[in-house]
Design a protein. Structure first.
Length: 454
């Protein structure tokens, strides 16, 4: 019988995170202070982040050691399994070999604790008492709640209103791990009150929730802010995924022709792809890397590469990224973790340089792919993860059409066990596709242009 699972021992866990900045042909442009339009320094970020994380954010070292305390907590769920998707291959009748890394075995059911744990650790080490954060679908908020509990920190989460209403069990998971959870926009912050004054029925956005969490952090010296994606250090923490994948595929005697993952801010995609991308850059490998975003929030495929705020209120530094504009209000799709107006600086630069690709898919195609996968492989994927699966199906069908065997690897970044309302809505015909228009982008362009340095 062929082997289904490829497992690693705890002794084979990565001991270092991989920092792709060391190997990028074109280094990312610096974040800018919105007032002076000058590059931000560590002191500018100190009110929000502990210094250890700030130094990781600006580091150009190739590898950074994972602290022992972090590794011990990682062992609760890491190394995670890699699976050969024989069932999906059979369903698609494809010559392609399909592998998936399953990150749904973590305490929060997604890849997010890979960075939540080190972030909580470095904050604890710096004497911080409480962390604030935002969350879209709830996976990140759940992960940080778990991580804060491991290190005795308080946790305050601002959850995008539409997801707060759609996914109540995510809120209860966060409560179980000890966090306070507020629907965003809320009346706890000035940023939230301003939005509610303009639109009392606002469904919220990640940009708004980030503004609220940052405002709370800077108002208390014992509180810091924690971000679940986008920033360099967050993407770096996730590279344990791809490093484990390289070892697991070595055991299988294989190497990917295509690596696929969803992209909201970038941490999921970066986590599985960056260690393989290193081999493209340094060793001349020819793997394709495909970031998949929702067609309703297509920053990579329709956005502009400009400096923009990472949040709605303009509390963050200006970041050089593909963006739809910090005031963009995405459609209320169920893949809440992908409803973000911008992409990480690193992923944006890599796309600009042609080292990665991007695809935008509609949610009905994605849910159809998720159901196919569940029936073939037995795991119900999170709505975010279905975007990667839909692209895998496209690539597998293309391989069949061409009559070639390709090795496809994707990140099954989380399970959908607490996202069943999304599937209920799909089966009941309540979901629809959303077609992003040029007018939506044009509405944001003047504000984006006004932020550019001279």
């Amino acid at each position: 019988m062929p082997q289904k699972k490829i497992l690693l021992n705890e002794s084979e866990m990565p001991t270092h995170w991989y920092n792709i900045v060391a190997d990028m042909p074109n280094k990312p442009l610096p974040p800018l202070h919105p007032g002076t339009k000058q590059p931000v320094g560590p002191d500018d970020l100190a009110p929000i982040f502990p210094m250890d994380l700030i130094m990781q954010e600006v580091s150009t070292e190739r590898y950074i050691e994972i602290p022992d305390q972090v590794q011990e907590i990682y062992k609760i769920w890491r190394p995670t399994p890699m699976m050969r998707a024989y069932g999906l291959e059979k369903l698609l009748d494809t010559p392609a070999k399909i592998y998936y890394k399953y990150e749904g075995t973590s305490p929060s059911g997604s890849h997010k604790p890979n960075t939540a744990v080190p972030q909580a650790y470095y904050n604890m080490k710096a004497g911080v008492k409480r962390l604030t954060t935002e969350t879209g679908a709830g996976q990140w908020g759940t992960a940080l709640s778990f991580a804060c509990q491991q290190f005795g920190l308080g946790c305050e989460v601002y959850m995008v209103r539409i997801s707060y209403d759609q996914k109540p069990y995510r809120k209860f998971m966060m409560n179980t791990f000890g966090a306070e959870v507020f629907a965003s926009p809320s009346d706890h912050t000035q940023a939230g009150r301003n939005i509610l004054a303009q639109d009392p029925a606002s469904s919220g956005s990640l940009g708004i929730a980030i503004s609220e969490a940052i405002e709370r952090a800077v108002s208390d010296e014992h509180t810091k802010y924690s971000l679940g994606s986008v920033l360099n250090h967050v993407l770096m923490h996730q590279t344990i995924i791809g490093q484990e994948c390289i070892k697991q595929l070595e055991y299988a005697g294989d190497y990917p022709d295509i690596v696929i993952a969803p992209l909201g801010g970038g941490s999921n995609f970066a986590g599985i792809s960056f260690p393989f991308l290193k081999n493209n850059i340094l060793d001349g490998k020819k793997t394709r890397f495909i970031a998949v975003e929702p067609a309703s929030c297509p920053k990579l495929t329709k956005g502009v590469f400009k400096y923009d705020f990472g949040d709605t209120a303009g509390y963050t530094p200006l970041l050089p990224m593909y963006t739809l504009g910090h005031n963009f209000r995405p459609a209320s799709i169920h893949a809440g973790g992908l409803r973000y107006h911008g992409a990480s600086v690193l992923c944006s630069q890599l796309l600009r340089d042609g080292l990665i690709e991007a695809q935008a898919l509609q949610q009905l195609e994605c849910f159809d792919a998720g159901v196919k996968f569940a029936r073939a492989e037995g795991i119900i994927p999170a709505p975010e993860a279905t975007h990667g699966i839909a692209q895998v199906i496209r690539e597998a069908e293309q391989a069949k059409k061409e009559g070639v065997s390709k090795t496809i690897l994707f990140n099954l970044c989380g399970h959908g066990f607490v996202d069943m309302q999304a599937y209920a809505d799909y089966f009941e015909g309540k979901l629809s596709d959303h077609f992003f228009t040029d007018e939506e982008l044009k509405a944001s362009l003047p504000e984006i242009e006004a932020l550019q340095p001279a």
